[in-house]
Design a protein around this ligand. Structure first.
Ligand SMILES: C[S@@+](CC[C@H](N)C(=O)[O-])C[C@H]1O[C@@H](n2cnc3c(N)ncnc32)[C@H](O)[C@@H]1O
Length: 214
């Protein structure tokens, strides 16, 4: 069984095996973001951000974007591919790339503290929760709970498929699992369940949730 640890992700970035990265804004982000009612000036947190162009969408919608990513290569690529001039500084346990309304931390998500995210009032999770195997996933959610204030809105995109047929990442996340992970501390609204699509030879379905921290 593959061990999904920091070395796994660094290896993916080094070898450029980043099939998870999308060239276009995620359609569920463009469809649902404006309906969440998040003020344009409110900072947004993008955990496990990679070099996602979805951060460009959020920045263009007036948000200051906080990201965290293990791979410095990912953040450098993001900066280069989007013609950004970001300043690189050492910031405690993190290397920080900042400027143009971005604050992108290179380091371990689990080292983030609430003070690092200042006034974040929204989170965009695409391919973060689903990237993690079960043990880490529980740790990820419990850490997210520590980082966020009451009233924070989370747009969460999951994928569900028969996990006995293929192994992750991305991992299967059912509605029941979302309920178990977030139900105690978030109000959960399912916004959309997309039609099943072929995924590595089997059927898989994306589901979009709006979670509001209680
Ligand atoms: C499946 S990718 C998704 C990236 C991005 N959200 C997207 O939609 O393209 C997961 C990312 O999480 C990063 N990652 C994994 N564990 C992490 C951790 N503990 N702290 C920070 N980043 C992490 C990996 O390097 C990888 O870029």
């Amino acid at each position: 069984m593959t061990i999904i640890d920091d070395a796994f992700w660094h290896d993916k970035w080094t070898k450029n095996q980043i099939g998870f990265n999308q060239a276009e804004f995620h359609p569920s982000l463009t469809k649902h973001w404006s309906h969440l009612g998040i003020g344009k000036n409110k900072p947004v947190f993008v955990p496990l951000c990679g070099k996602s162009v979805d951060m460009v969408f959020l920045q263009k919608h007036g948000h200051h974007v906080f990201g965290i990513e293990l791979s410095e290569k990912a953040i450098k690529d993001f900066s280069h591919e989007n013609q950004l001039t970001l300043t690189r500084t050492q910031n405690g346990k993190f290397i920080r790339f900042s400027g143009n309304e971005y604050n992108l931390f290179v380091g371990d998500y689990f080292d983030l503290e609430p003070k690092d995210l200042r006034n974040v009032k929204a989170v965009y999770d695409r391919a973060a929760l689903i990237a993690l195997p079960q043990g880490l996933r529980i740790k990820y959610v419990s850490h997210l709970q520590k980082l966020l204030q009451s009233g924070t809105e989370i747009l969460l995109i999951t994928i569900s498929y028969d996990q006995s047929k293929i192994s992750g990442p991305p991992f299967n996340i059912s509605s029941k699992m979302v309920e178990n992970l977030f139900g105690d501390w978030c109000n959960i609204e399912q916004l959309e369940c997309l039609p099943p699509e072929d995924f590595r030879g089997i059927q898989a379905q994306e589901t979009v949730y709006r979670l509001t921290v209680k």
